[in-house]
Design a binder for this molecule. Sequence first.
Ligand code: AMP
Length: 655
Amino acid sequence: MASIILESIFLKRSQQKKKTSPLNFKKRLFLLTESKLSYYEYDFERGRRGSKKGSVDIEKITCVETVVPENNPPPERQVPKKGEDYNMEQISIIERFPYPFQVVYDEGPLYVFSPTEELRKRWIHQLKSVIRYNSDLVQKYHPCFWIDGQYLCCSQTAKNAMGCKILESRNGSLKAGRSHRKTKKPLPPTPEEDTMVMKPLPPEPAPSAAGEMKKVVALYNYVPMNVQDLQLQKGEEYLILEESHLPWWKARDKNGREGYIPSNYVTATSNSLEIYEWYSKNITRSQAEQLLKQEEGGFIVRDSTSKTGKYTVSVYAKSAVDPQGMIRHYVVCCTPQNQYYLAEKHLFNTIPELITYHQHNSAGLISRLKYPVSRHQKSAPSTAGLGYGSWEIDPKDLTFLKELGTGQFGVVKYGKWRGQYNVAIKMIREGSMSEDEFIDEAKVMMNLSHEKLVQLYGVCTKQRPIFIITEYMANGCLLNFLRETQRRFQPAELLEMCKDVCEAMEYLESKQFLHRDLAARNCLVNDQGIVKVSDFGLSRYVLDDEYTSSMGSKFPVRWSPPEVLLYSKFSSKSDVWSFGVLMWEVYSLGKMPYERFNNSETTEHVIQGLRLYRPQQASERVYAIMYSCWHEKAEERPTFSALLGSIVDITDEEP
Ligand code: AMP
């Protein structure tokens, strides 16, 4: 199976073969690979791809562009009005598709409607990237729909009539592509072009054209795991040649060597502070203070919580008059000429220069900046797979070291890959999983890559039992971590756990990927205490009626909203409900939700509108967040992105 670049649910307009045939619009799952754009039926109930309905060969595509929206679209294709956007997040995937684009090929235009503008942009960008070397790319297109036998923009009646508007120069990739091949003379402008009154089309991100290639700098060393990979040296610059496969980018080093690199190992410009030991992203004032207290003379540079876009330097110093020590926070100031300074006016062109100066001179600070303190030692993050394109793992490369536990699919072991890399190996008990369907989807799941998701590294499918190989999380499952730990967690630590999970879920929400079984038992904790979400989407492959039926004894009733219990209606808002219950588990240190009730009593209780009580450790504000996840109406529940905002606000304000 060719590797999938993008996968989304869109509305597809029928291709109106005859002038009189009525138009219809169907929700389809679109998949983009290097060679085909295909669309499938989609089973919303079970979240699965259905039968294939059609496809277009990438090499036949001549143009990809937005389309000027219809004049009076019906509600399902209308852009939401202000204030309506809030509810849109939840229903967008299945209910509303207001952003059309066109894929033109030899049979005419295929019209596709996206639920969000961002997703449309992403698809157009990727499509333009895969077609950039096609030989028949056009220079003109039709900006409006072809409806009832004619184009609304120029009234031409032939579906494959030459376009009436010249593509704007922002389509760098098309131009770059054309220059490689048999060139066509530019066409003269048509008369319509000058007279046509058009809404301006939204700008597209320009794919990199030769001469303006993106430069990145490596944040970590990377040793190639397979022959297609390129080695990374921390601090070195690389040119990005191709960004199409999201977690792996094709790059060139300064010696001209080319290969694939993990995109989360690099950052966009050499000015980024992320490469410095002293910089901690996403750290609050109180977390900085906790860390600094461990080392006199320590300092941290962090994003200012009170002034967006600014940085703060936090320093801890003791003195003869103040043996207890004190922590001071200095906002990095910037002059109108873009020069930086701290306490006194010693001006610098860059923040690293300013820090180097104050490492040697206190110059107005309570102390010079002696030791950089960082939140977690900056160990390299997981890569999306063990090397570019390596999703089938050779079991001979695995060493089994110890058993970690047993779950729905059987035993999980800790081991090493090629004797060096820690991995967890799920040995799938035969008959417990619909294996073929999982294997089909595994490549898509491998492309899900986020620092708060337990990374899927690959699968071993050539033998039985099959293995699923994932990132190893030394502190095991969150539920046991909460229950068994001997020390007391501070409220800030509990909130941090919820924030970790919320970050992962915000990412899944942005990818329109549903977890379907979010709970503390399905989160894992690594050696640094970071919580990551695991087993996302896996419930779709469980073969066990007790688990899959909402009446079954293993169904996650206590984590499910009314619409799942009543109608099996899953959405990112049912994941939001589960997240509220997970927050409750965290704040009650691993108690069983609705502990006094059995499953059917819980269902009754929830449907009647009763909710979980406030755990002792949760403040009113924290409880308000979890409670908001349990709104009876799915559309009234916040999105993960809004939840994350509320959690960050509390992190900044509560000590
Ligand atoms: P599961 O089949 O995912 O429910 O896993 C069963 C048990 O194995 C969990 O409760 C964990 O204790 C352990 N486990 C699963 N995956 C991992 C992992 N990636 N790292 C460490 N422990 C794991």
